[in-house]
Structures are given as structure tokens and as C-alpha cells.
Design a protein around this ligand. Structure first.
Ligand code: F6P
Length: 366
């Protein structure tokens, strides 16, 4: 009987509970034992009651709950070999041979490193007397499957990350609220949104709310004239009769000289135009709350696919990442997806947008 563990890691995102529910139930459906690892890599390294066997009814009602109910963490110990050795011991002592990880690129890279380290970790557990040859014999390899849970939508080889649309929904709801008070007072609002180095949330929020101006890292404004450009656009809209001004700033926004463009920088420009201006940093409101329909659906379909990928792992192919491309749930090589994500980011940082676009398009090549 296969024993699969599921954990969530890195920043939480709406839809992670759907993933855990789907992995638990699909696992049981396919006659596997499923374990939940609490608090991400922290739980994997500390073991004990942080690794619990889960039954069908343990995940009842989880679809409509926000965050991740098995907890998450950003763990440093797992990055060291000593941490991975403890983690390997904890998995073998629970009889676990497969690990499904839902998290961002850092969490998924860590999981793949664990898989490549696995044989030497087994040797070390035996040579240091922690486990016997007989105990490790059934655990020749570890199956790893990655699912991308992140509000940032910043991973290559998948069109959507689990949680991105829920965060976007939350943002546009908040912008709508702000718009009402902004119009009442004829004010300007600078709204800062999350996304780390990725502008997807800011761009889509801007499009969905009809914002006056958007700042994103992928299209840095010119350091010498962004203030003039912003002023002209906002004044033109005011002259056309707009009673409010909405500017959305991605937290990673920069100018073309790589200098951050902050909400406060933007506010100063609007104040100089004579606009009564406020800044709203949406913060973790964007990440919390329940998952929208899309993320519940995506988490569920991808969770089931993750279990199938575990069951079909022949040990010869690279660890898969479950993605969605052009509406289809797909499996892509996890490490290649992480590598491509980094290459796209590097091309953007080098302002080579054509290269970034062609790398992005290469995701669709077979
Ligand atoms: O990666 C998800 C994310 O929410 C980013 O958008 C943001 O930059 C970061 O995590 C915030 O991290 P923390 O919750 O540790 O403050």
C-alpha cells in the first residue's frame, strides 16, 4: 500500500485546503494511506505529532475554508542537509514513500533537492545507526509531486497558480470599496498590492477596476519622466470629469534604472497635482479569506492529478509539477519549470522583454 504525505509550504494561498482535501480523498480512493504534514517543512523536520494519518472525514468542509488548515512555514533547517536527514528519518519511520508539496518555487525546489538527496540520506541513516539496512530497504526512492500554491501567479509552465484568482477577487472588491469613498470626496488613492516580483495581481486588478494608472515590475516606467507621464494621464482623466483617481502599484514596482517606485513616491506626484491623496496598502487581506470557485476547482483537479502522478511514478522521469496550460491540467518537469521561471525573471530584470515573451511562449512547446 502506497503511503503519501501532503504538505503546504511558503506563503499560504486560498485553495490549499482544496488541494489537501483532494489528495486525501483521491489517495484513499486509490487505496493509499495519506498523511498530513503540519506546518510545512517545519513539521517534516520535527516529525512526531506533526505528521498525522488523515481519513476521509478529516477534511470534511475544508473546501470553503481559507488559508491552509495543515499550516505552513518558511523553514531554514530543511535547506541544510542535517534538516533533510531528520526529515528523511521521519518519513521512513512513518512508512511514507511519496511527498506531495503545494507551495511556491522555493518550496518546490527544496522538495526536488530532497528527492535527489534521498539515496545518500538513506545511506547516512544506516551508517549512523539510526535505521537498519532492512528498515530502509523498501524506501529506495522518494516520489515527489509539486503543486503551485501562490497568490503571485509567478510560476512558469502553468497559466495559473492556486490562490491567484482568490487574491485578485479580494483586491478588486477592496478597490471597489475605495472607489466609492474616493468618488464621494473627489480623492486620489494609491493602492499597493502584493505579488513580490510579479505584476500579475496589479495588472489584472487595474484592468478589472479601470484604474487610471498601474505600476508593475515587468514594464518599468522611465526614471526620467514617469512622474510627468502619471501627472498627464491623471489630469486628462480629471479634465474628462472623473471624480476619483486610482493608481495601483505592485509591491515590486521599479523604474527602468531598477529603483523602486513606492506608493509614497506616487502619492507625492498626485499631491503636487493638488489632489487630496491617500495610500492604502492592502497587505495580507489579499491572501486571506475563502477561495473563489476557480481556486477550489483548480486545487481539487490538481490534487487528484498529483495522486495519479504519484501512482504512475516509475522513478525514471523527473519530479512533475502539476500545472494548467490552455485550460488543461498538465504535468511538467518541476525543476525545468523553476528554471524557466528564473530565466523569465532574469530577462525581465535585463529589460529584454522580447526574450521574456519568447521564453514564456516556449512553455507551450512540447
Ligand atoms: O508570495 C506570496 C506573498 O504574499 C507575496 O505576494 C508577498 O510579497 C509575500 O508573500 C509576503 O510574505 P509574508 O507573508 O511573509 O509577509
Amino acid at each position: 500500500k502506497k503511503k503519501i504525505a501532503i504538505m503546504t509550504s511558503g506563503g499560504d494561498s486560498a485553495g490549499m485546503n482544496a488541494v489537501v482535501r483532494a489528495v486525501v480523498r483521491a489517495g484513499i480512493h486509490y487505496d493509499c494511506d495519506v498523511f498530513g504534514i503540519y506546518d510545512g517543512y517545519n513539521g517534516l523536520v520535527s516529525g512526531g505529532n506533526m505528521i498525522k494519518k488523515m481519513d476521509w472525514y478529516d477534511v470534511r468542509g475544508w473546501l470553503s475554508l481559507g488559508g491552509t488548515l495543515i499550516g505552513t512555514a518558511r523553514n531554514k533547517e530543511f535547506r541544510e542537509r542535517s534538516g533533510r536527514l531528520k526529515a528523511a528519518y521521519n518519513l521512513v519511520s512513518n512508512g511514507i514513500d511519496s511527498l506531495v508539496v503545494c507551495g511556491g518555487d522555493g518550496s518546490l525546489t527544496g522538495a526536488d533537492l530532497f528527492r535527489s538527496d534521498w539515496p545518500s540520506l538513506m545511506e547516512e541513516l544506516v551508517s549512523t545507526g539510526k535505521l537498519t539496512e532492512m528498515q530502509v530497504a523498501p524506501y529506495k526512492r522518494l516520489s515527489i509531486v509539486g503543486l503551485v500554491g501562490s497568490i503571485d501567479n509567478d510560476m512558469a509552465m502553468t497559466d495559473r497558480t492556486i490562490g491567484a484568482f482568490s487574491a485578485l477577487e479580494r483586491i478588486i472588491e477592496m478597490v471597489d470599496y475605495i472607489d466609492a469613498t474616493a468618488t464621494s470626496h473627489s480623492r486620489a488613492f494609491v493602492i499597493e498590492v502584493m505579488g513580490r516580483h510579479c505584476g500579475w495581481l496589479a495588472l489584472m486588478a487595474g484592468i478589472s477596476t479601470g484604474a487610471d494608472y498601474i505600476f508593475i515590475p515587468e514594464r518599468p516606467d522611465d526614471a526620467t519622466n514617469w512622474k510627468d507621464k502619471l501627472s498627464k494621464v491623471c489630469m486628462r482623466h480629471r479634465e474628462k470629469g472623473h471624480r476619483k483617481t486610482t493608481v495601483i502599484v505592485a509591491e515590486g514596482a521599479i523604474d527602468n534604472e531598477n529603483k523602486p517606485i513606492t506608493s509614497e513616491d506616487v502619492k507625492k506626484v498626485l499631491v503636487d497635482l493638488g489632489l487630496d491623496t491617500r495610500v492604502t496598502q492592502l497587505g495580507h487581506v489579499q491572501r486571506g479569506g475563502t477561495a473563489c470557485a476557480y481556486d477550489r476547482m483548480l486545487g481539487t483537479l490538481q490534487g487528484v492529478e498529483a495522486v495519479k502522478a504519484v501512482l504512475e511514478d516509475d522513478g525514471k522521469s523527473p519530479s512533475p509539477m502539476i500545472g494548467i496550460l490552455e485550460g488543461k491540467i498538465v504535468r511538467k518537469p518541476l525543476l525545468e519549470a523553476v528554471k524557466l521561471t528564473k530565466s523569465v525573471a532574469a530577462a525581465i530584470a535585463a529589460k529584454d522583454f522580447d526574450k521574456a515573451m519568447s521564453l514564456r511562449d516556449s512553455e507551450f512547446a512540447e
